[in-house]
Design a protein. Structure first.
Lengths: 189, 189
DNA sequence: GCGGTTTGCCTAAAGCTATTAGGCAGATGC
DNA sequence: GCATCTGCCTAATAGCTTTAGGCAAACCGC
């Protein structure tokens, strides 16, 4: 029997591509086996179970997102940086909807701790150094930005805005303007 | 054979309870049948398929949420109304995590048009009458509020904030303060 | 209250996914 | 060149989804 050269890494990458094509929820060990022209059981030498496959795809997506974010933030500050970071999430979700969905997958505390999720928080915090916020307000702002980015992108992807009128690009720009203004005028408690 | 008295409505309600217990993703026609002490195939006289079950649970959740929102907004305006509406979403998600997840389920355009989703947008728009925004800015603000509410609640539920320090109630309050301030000072294009 | 019809739940069966156990052959190491 | 190891295989179990066809309880008109 010719060997297919399976590895956890190749399976994860193929799984991520599959997710982008059919949706993260539809990623299945069986379909993956079909793509490698291999029997399902063979994958179980490389993956503990389908949960592990999903976890690996999630970790991959978080890494890719963090890498893109780091790239986008390099050499930028203030509103420039804000816009760049926001667009990283939005663009990634558009280019890789399945991976983006994977990035929202709930990880075990252990996996989460070792994930690139930490880098994301750090980068958002770094971005906020361009604004004048006290330490606790920085945390609130990190959470606000995370909420807006994630909330907007997932509503837009989910078609939540597709019924109403003005195009979403205009809204996106204006929301980022508004956030920039807000961070400059953050209200005292 | 004693009849179990199944109806689409009872199945939907039971499905919603099941979702809150085990998660929306884990809602299964088989488990529902078990709960009614009935064979799986019997449910197919009342539901076209498992997709329809999920759609019905989604529609139920959207209605419940809209009813709560309407209640909360009655007699309130301005920041008061903003806080009340925001808390409707957050509290609903805490009390009914499965139903809240269902409310995010992607509906067909046809189902979406007939859903309470429309009411949600209208209520957010009504709330914004307490602030002085031009017509197009109202739409942008509706989308911003939707993004923040949904984004915050889903990150909080997903444990996205559970690692960092200050408690989430404080952040939630401060974010609502910030949104109120922003709506009062919405930047011109 | 009785016969006929409708309706509700049942059995049976096929197809898909996940997962485990055990086997054989190609790759690897001395 | 031989022994070992590793990778993919076959086989089997179990759960979920969905369809087809059957029997009996409930309902309807008289």
């Amino acid at each position: 029997m010719a060997r297919a050269g399976l590895t956890p890494e190749r399976l994860t990458r193929a799984g991520a591509e599959l997710a982008d094509e059919v949706g993260f929820e539809q990623v299945t060990v069986s379909e993956l086996a079909r793509r490698f022209d291999v029997k399902v059981a063979s994958l179980y030498s490389h993956l503990r179970n389908s949960q592990e496959l999903k976890t690996r795809i999630t970790l991959l997506a978080l890494e890719e997102l963090a890498d893109r974010a780091a790239d986008a933030l390099a050499g930028r500050a203030g509103k420039d940086a804000l816009i760049a970071l926001a667009n990283v999430y939005r663009d990634y979700a558009r280019e890789h909807p399945g991976r983006y969905a994977a990035a929202q997958f709930r990880l075990s505390p252990k996996d989460a701790a070792g994930s690139a999720g930490v880098r994301h928080a750090q980068m958002t915090r770094a971005l906020l150094r361009g604004y004048d916020l006290t330490e606790p307000d920085q945390t609130h702002a990190v959470r606000l930005l995370g909420s807006v980015f994630h909330g907007y992108v997932s509503l837009e992807m989910g078609g939540g805005f597709s019924h109403s009128a003005p195009d979403t690009q205009e809204t996106w720009t204006r929301i980022l303007d508004a956030l920039d203004a807000l961070l400059h005028n953050w209200p005292a408690p």
